[in-house]
Design a protein around this ligand. Structure first.
Ligand code: IPE
Ligand code: IPE
Ligand code: MG
Length: 234
């Protein structure tokens, strides 16, 4: 963390935690083994982001498209997320981390929604890093839900970019300054489509389970060295 101290840190980092399956397959293990290890990485990275006082971090844990996977893999992922939330409440409390959820509650089981709500409620007063868990999340789905809320609120006549932003799942969050994708693929896969209009993108070839604190530092260093123009001229 030498040079990244020099310039402003991002206020919001989004992470597409990809490569769990390939990580496991290269070790001749089932894909689920990679998901379990990926969760350990997520904890490590959240702790480091909190240490670095990054205000917001959004973790892509399960997309609206991930239901296409086998029943076994989906079931495993849902259980993993639910048990993590159940067991790791103290981790969030110890680190003064506020947990929130983005994504479509429809389609998620009552059991997982209950665990999400319990952690969200227990951590709502914390002012450290906010961890936004993207579970059953799709960027297009979120935009549609925003517009639905606008219609329900009877303010469709006032439709504007500001209004759509205000009715997203986590209104009031800054847009992600930096989006990191591990696993080497150069795509967004339906992540934060509205909010990523001017995000800087960092692709890491490493699979997510191999990611370390030093990799986050390197991504932040890269971000801090970039020139952001937002369509203007410097
Ligand atoms: C990301 O890892 C985790 C989820 C999508 C839940 P993958 O499971 O997509 O791993 P790869 O991309 O197949 O290696
Ligand atoms: C994106 O990864 C979703 C998550 C990391 C949760 P995917 O592995 O689902 O994305 P694609 O299928 O390679 O685009
Ligand atoms: Mg993948």
């Amino acid at each position: 963390m030498k040079s990244s101290k020099k310039r402003a840190f991002p206020s919001h980092v989004g992470i597409i935690m990809d490569g769990n399956g390939r990580w496991a397959v290269t070790r001749k293990k089932p894909r689920t083994f990679g998901h379990r290890e990926g969760l350990n990485t997520a904890k490590r990275i959240v702790k480091h982001a909190s240490y670095l006082q990054i205000p917001y971090i959004t973790l892509y844990a399960f997309s609206t498209e991930n239901w296409k996977r086998t029943k076994d893999e989906v079931g495993f992922l849902m259980d993993l997320i639910r048990l993590h939330l159940k067991k790791e409440m103290q981790f969030y409390i110890d680190n003064q981390i506020r947990v929130v959820h983005t994504g479509n509650p429809h389609g998620l089981s009552k059991a997982i929604l209950n665990e999400i709500q319990t952690v969200v409620n227990a951590t709502s007063g914390f002012t450290g890093t906010t961890v936004n868990l993207a579970i059953n999340y799709g960027g297009r789905d979120e935009i549609v839900r925003s517009v639905q809320r606008i219609v329900e609120a009877g303010v469709i006549n006032e439709l504007s970019e500001t209004l759509i932003s205000a009715y997203l799942d986590q209104h009031g969050f800054p847009d992600p300054d930096l989006i990191i994708r591990t696993g080497g693929d150069c795509r967004l896969s339906n992540f934060l489509l509205w909010q990523s209009a001017y995000s800087e993108i960092f692709i890491s070839d490493k699979f997510w389970p191999d990611w370390t604190e030093a990799d986050l530092d390197a991504a932040l260093d890269s971000y801090c060295g970039r020139v952001r123009k937002f369509g203007g001229v410097l």
